[in-house]
Structure formats: C-alpha cells, structure tokens
Design a protein around this ligand. Sequence first.
Ligand SMILES: Nc1ncnc2c1ncn2[C@@H]1O[C@H](COP(=O)(O)OP(=O)(O)OP(=O)(O)O)[C@@H](O)[C@H]1O
Ligand SMILES: [Mg+2]
Length: 274
Amino acid sequence: MSGGDYGDRGNRDLSIAKPGGMGEARPVREGGHEHAAPGGPFLIGEAMTGGYGRGADILHSCTIAVERGEIAVIVGPNGAGKSTAMKAVFGMLNLREGSVRLDGEDITELSPQARVRKGMGFVPQTHNIFTSMTVEENLEMGAFIRDDDFRGTMAQVYDLFPILKEKRRQAAGELSGGQRQQVAVGRALMTQPKVLMLDEPTAGVSPIVMDELFDRIIEVARTGLPVLMVEQNARQALEIADKAYVLVQGRNAHTGTGKELLADDEVRRSFLGG
Ligand SMILES: Nc1ncnc2c1ncn2[C@@H]1O[C@H](COP(=O)(O)OP(=O)(O)OP(=O)(O)O)[C@@H](O)[C@H]1O
Ligand SMILES: [Mg+2]
C-alpha cells in the first residue's frame, strides 16, 4: 500500500447513508437542536486529567476531539494513554480535571450507559465481542438500548460486512480476527450512534484485512457518522485522518491534519520510522 491510496476510498457504496440509515449526524439538524453548537467539535474530551481509581494520573490535560463528518485518529507509542483517553471520553474514568462535550452538551458526569443513549458508539480495544454468542446475537446485544425495530439496521450492518451475514449463526469466537472486529464495529453501529469510537479496530489483522477494514470505516464515516479512532498503524491511519493526535505519556505531543503530521519531520522521525 502506498501513500495517498485512501484519497477517494469509500465512495463506491453509500448504501448505509440512505435515508433512514445510520448516518444521522448532520451538521445542522432539521427543526433545530437545543445543544447545537455550530463550529465546535461534535465530540471533545478537553484538557482531561485523571487516572484509574486512586492511582497516579495517566492523562495530563489531554484533548481529543472529532468534528462532524470527519475521521479523527489517535496514535502514539504503547502505554501512551490512547485507550485511557478513549475510556475517559466514554465515561469509564473519573476525571480530576477537564470535560467531555457531545454536540455542545457537557456530558462529563454521565455514565457510559447514559452516553450510549446520547449517541456514543464505542468499540473497546479488548473484549469487544461476546465470543460464545453467535454473530447475530452479538448484533442483537448491540441494539439493547433500542425498543424500536432494529432489523433495518442489522440489514445495513450485513450490507457493510457481508461475511457477517454468511456467518450469522456461528459463534463469534470462531471467526477470524478481522471478522471479529467487524462484529465489534457492527455491534456498535446497532445503536445507531451519532459518533463512533474505535480503539484499534485493526489490531492483530493482516495488512490486507487492515486495508479492507479501513475501507469500511471510511465508508461509514462518509455517511456522516464522525469516527474517533485509535490506531497502531500510524502511517496508514494518518493517511485517512482529517484530524490526528499523537499522544505521548498522557499528553498531546502533536496535533494537526493527517497530512500535516505525515509531513512533520519530528513526527516522521519519532513515530513513522523516518
Ligand atoms: N485498568 C487500568 N488500571 C491501572 N492502570 C492502567 C489500566 N489500564 C491502563 N493502565 C495504565 O495506563 C497507562 C496507559 O495505558 P493505555 O492502555 O491507555 O495505553 P495505550 O496508549 O492504549 O497503549 P497500547 O498501544 O498498548 O494500547 C499505562 O501505564 C497502563 O499501564
Ligand atoms: Mg490501547
């Protein structure tokens, strides 16, 4: 894979964006919206400081955000606090300082469950599927907050990831790494989120499968669903990123567009192997 390959990816199939589809996040909502905050990021964890329990702080005034209609990517060395920052945005960490806002609304005090109801879809880095359940049961579990008919959404997930339809009666634990990640992303999409947070969606998959997953993620983003994701494949991630963050030791080390960071000498030297 060479640089710039991702320029027009995801344009082939916009089925998931059809009216009534998942991509319901819009820059301007019809009928107005009490939390509308024009110009601000759609989701932001701002100046977050905190750690686990009574332990030392892991995050130090760390900020990550995603704008409407964009893909934001977080990269950085192992242990930098990328997952911790995602968990903080999702409400799994008690922040000592900082705030989290979704569509202009301060949600810093909300539980993860309440954030899901507000429209956050989160795929954690580990334990992101129920391995003993079938693929379809995993998707059904994803729809737990919904009391309407979710079959249309399930059909959209199967359109996006056709292999999951084929394997819908199989235990998710029997699937390949890449297919499991599709289950995890599909499960998150079942809530019809307004923003999708992915922690290393391509972990442990081959380069070809990674490419394919990136394509699908771009496709989802193109429907208007903002995507905030952590990626270990820094170069590829920066290529598809509208906005990118390099975290080091719980702090923002570099922030810019994906292009800017790819062109930054210091970022190249330290994180991209020259
Ligand atoms: N549940 C936890 N309890 C206490 N400390 C934790 C916990 N999870 C992570 N940490 C610590 O927080 C720091 C940041 O870890 P984190 O998992 O956020 O890094 P990361 O950037 O996601 O790394 P990786 O690239 O390996 O996924 C590390 O020092 C780690 O040991
Ligand atoms: Mg992590």
